[in-house]
Write a protein that binds this ligand. Sequence first.
Ligand SMILES: Cc1cc2nc3c(=O)[nH]c(=O)nc-3n(C[C@H](O)[C@H](O)[C@H](O)COP(=O)(O)OP(=O)(O)OC[C@H]3O[C@@H](n4cnc5c(N)ncnc54)[C@H](O)[C@@H]3O)c2cc1C
Length: 410
Amino acid sequence: MVDFAIPDEIRDISEGLNTFIEREILPLEEANKALFASERNLYDDAGRYTEKHAKLRKQSRMKSAAAGFYTMFGTEELGGSGLGPQALVYIHDRMNTRFGMRPLVHKVVIPSEFTNALTPILTFLKPELREQYLPGIASGEKTLCVGISEPDAGSDVYNMRTKAVRDGKDWVINGTKQWITNAPYADYCLLFAVTDPERSRQRKGGITGFFIDAASRGYDASNVIPVMGHLGGDTGIVTLDEVRVPDSHVLGKVDDGMKVALAGINTGRLAMASICAGLAQWGLNQAINYAKVRKTFGKPIAEHQMVQGMLAEMAMDIYASKNMLRHCAWKVEQGEKSVKEISMVKAHATEMLCRVMDTAIEVHGGMGLTNELGLNVIYRWARTMRIPDGTSEIQRRNIARRLLEGDTEI
Ligand SMILES: Cc1cc2nc3c(=O)[nH]c(=O)nc-3n(C[C@H](O)[C@H](O)[C@H](O)COP(=O)(O)OP(=O)(O)OC[C@H]3O[C@@H](n4cnc5c(N)ncnc54)[C@H](O)[C@@H]3O)c2cc1C
């Protein structure tokens, strides 16, 4: 029987996190209000975080780690609290509903991707390396990026060209990774390269994961790719020129990297969808409040039927997405694979947030377009999220494949 009930313990953690943000993080933002007032202060000419910005993000991350929130979704094996999918969905949703997209909260206090902090990919790190690397990652002192995509390999992962070749007890890696979240700032990269070109050509393995120190000779991630009108960002390019990596740094088994790369993809997609659900609820709340106070033609716009229609459309969209999400998290928590459901949830939630924020902006009229209210930044972020972790089309491809293979139960 489907049970969406959230245990009191998880509600308490969620409330504790939100209280922690109010007490510890918002004052930090307030104390640096001038910095956050303009993107020009946040990025340097090359699009990288300015020193002060990067320092504040780290401070915020480390405070969260010290309070036990940053690692709560990491597995216990890696030193996390091991909270499951239902908790993940609830906590992200509540946090984003309360705070919207704030600079020292979003993607900082708790990792929003499966590609940073105690990502399940790290369960493939050799036990002898864990003591050396995990404490720094868990404390928020060090961060990660995951390098899979390349200029000619996005949806088509097996088209990757980055190669790793054995040389004695080392591997030598050459290639370029593109669109890598957090690459310009990461201390370590979980990188995937072709180790058996023939198997990779046949799409039957031949790709291996590596744990690489970003300080390695020949590793460069200085290029930032700003997207959606931002002056800078966290997405970048990694180039590898004869980077030497010890054999002990192979993640999991040689040639079995796709299994490693896909570890935690479910959690990542669920997290992304729950952030979307929370942000959409935040946007709806803003629109309701504004509609009650903004007057035209002698009455609050909330009394115009077409505005009411917009609010109702937003609510229906959010309700559908949240229920898909809760149901899917419940299924995953029961140990069901839920491949098509995860794809449905990822595609629906990211597309839903685009629609909802578009409408929230419309309800606000000209005010909705200003930088002041924070609506447009969520709208732009929502648009970007339809691409990573599998585009909307790739999710539909997954869904259709499962349906045609006989997994037709909805
Ligand atoms: C903000 C952001 C963050 C990212 N972070 C990371 C990261 O941390 N690590 C990482 O490795 N990668 C990351 N990526 C890369 C991301 O995974 C790829 O951009 C994505 O998989 C799409 O690949 P592509 O951009 O090469 O588009 P393409 O694969 O070239 O696709 C172009 C278009 O064709 C469509 N298409 C492609 N194949 C099919 C098909 N078979 N059927 C139907 N339609 C198809 C796509 O849906 C899309 O509309 C990130 C991307 C972005 C934008």
